[in-house]
Design a protein around this ligand. Sequence first.
Ligand SMILES: [Zn+2]
Ligand SMILES: [Zn+2]
Length: 258
Amino acid sequence: MRDYHIHTENSFDSLAKMEEYCKRAIELGFKEVAFMEHYDMNPKDESKGYFSYHKYMDGITSCRNQFGDQLKITAGLELGEPHEYWEHHEEYKKDKAFDLFIGSVHFVNGDVIHRTYEDWETTEKIYMDYFNALLKTVKTGNFNILGHIDVIKRYLPDRAGKFNPYPFKEIIFEVLKETISKNIAIEVNSSGLRQKLREPLPAYEIVNWYRSLGGEKIVFGSDAHRLEHLGTDYKTLEEAIKILGFKGFSKWDEGEWK
Ligand SMILES: [Zn+2]
Ligand SMILES: [Zn+2]
């Protein structure tokens, strides 16, 4: 069991402690935890300027010293909008000891996606813009995991019901094909299962499309922002992806997906 998407107090929106996660991961029988902190550049993002590399690496080193014989501790970032900031990202990464990166889109057209639109016409346009941004992001190829592919569905108005990915099938296929050609794994993010969505991100239909295109690199992420989120619904999702034809979740080993 491996959790590739965990936030700690090194992210602007979490107070959770790295050490506590490590202890809990060992109790739960996890083999690996990846601390993927928010790293954002959009001037409107509260997260901009929050992350401190030295504070973070001190935490990683201390945890590796204490728990490294029982748990693999992976260091990384969740990069916001790689298609807009990839040049900065490449420069920033150069002298740093990160193992892994998630690429995520949280802003579209310069605005945060965390909002609900009243009419479907506007919603549909924003969703198309989001998936187009996601495609551009994957094309940069400057990260290892594509984060929460259909995260924008969290903000559908309640009356819209369950998110239907079919109107966006074509563009989502483009995104998935591009991840395969760029050796980027897709994340199955369990946060939706513990929230009102009651389904993972992306939806099972999208995971199935990925499989039908020959995709094999799929990782589990809880997107934990609190200790009790760590590894949530791992077993449910492992079972689900096996039903969809995957051997199991992938792992990052010596610079490769296995
Ligand atoms: Zn995210
Ligand atoms: Zn996250």
